[in-house]
Write a protein that binds this ligand. Sequence first.
Ligand SMILES: *Cc1c(COP(=O)(O)O)cnc(C)c1O
Length: 388
Amino acid sequence: MADVTPDPFSIDTLLAAASTEFGGSVTPPIVQTSLFTFDSYQAFADRMAGRSNDPLYTRVQNPTVAAFEKLVAAAEEGEAAVGFASGMAAISSTILAFVRPGDRIACVEHVYPDAFRLFERIIRPFGIDVTYHSVEAFENDPDLLKGVKLAYLESPNSVVFETMDLARVAENARRHGTLTAIDNSWATPVFQRPLTLGIDIVIHSASKYLSGHSDTVAGVVVSSNALIEVIRDLTLPLLGGKLAPFEAFLLTRGLRTLTARMRQHQETANFFVDRLSAHPHVVRVNSPGPNMAPGLTGRSGLLSVEFSEAVDIPRLADCLNLFRLGVSWGGFESLILPTRIALGQAGEQNSLQRFGVSERAVRLSLGLEDPNDLWADFDAALSASIRP
Ligand SMILES: *Cc1c(COP(=O)(O)O)cnc(C)c1O
């Protein structure tokens, strides 16, 4: 059969089309091996000298992992991808591949809290300066990135979900020779493809929507061949945070239904945003939608809601049945995370303030249950938690 390349680019088709790489098998085999052997001295010597690219050792290369990397690279419209054991392994391996002592990183202010902790507890002590800036500063200050090695971005960012004009930030960065990296876990390539907006590197916590089934912790980085090669040469083998074959198999399985799941998450989020916005005890809903930033084409199921003083948040959480209390997000199941528990960690003073979050807020991950059932559950719990 002739290869048909979808034109115009359709991510639905790309993710759902059967593989032709593995004979008649539409799913990749799980190549559960640590090493690969060679037929001859010469073949082994060629691989060790870099004259061939045959699989050698699963820390650096594995066919099941490669199948996932190829699919996610295509979905993000990137040239190449590299999988990691977690989103944090993907973030740390990307940063440490490109910055050195004396360099400066400019980071979006309301960043994912563990990325902030990575910067403050590991990166800064290595002699790398990290400065934090508002979305407005990234967009409007043309000199913000002067002398900056790497701009670390999220749009929408964490918990408060502020968006930025990525094309504009990428253009500023290019003028200063600054590399740009973005965490695209919230939007996924279904709703935003930052590489097409001029961003250099896309990072995912694949534990969230890419997996979609709450059964995997993983990460992935997508970029140009040249930048992925730096990571493959340096931090993938030497920090060793590789993606496992079985996890890669689960992620490929997840990607097949990503567009269908994202459409359902969006439908439920729209349903909730309409009702929450009209609720007398809701002060604010943080849920960016299509066209709130250039290139953002959809609304995912992760949002936050700030309540009036009358709402007893612990009681609200305890009255819910379909929403479960827990960290993480992006799976089939609906979750609630009160910000006061999430960010009130020991040793970090004013952490709610640091991340721009109200202590009267909760983060909701809307799952794939019927939106009417979810709203009935939420609405009943909210009514039961209003103080007289
Ligand atoms: C969960 C998350 C991460 C970290 O990913 P892990 O897979 O848990 O290591 C990074 N960024 C965002 C926005 C996340 O939600």
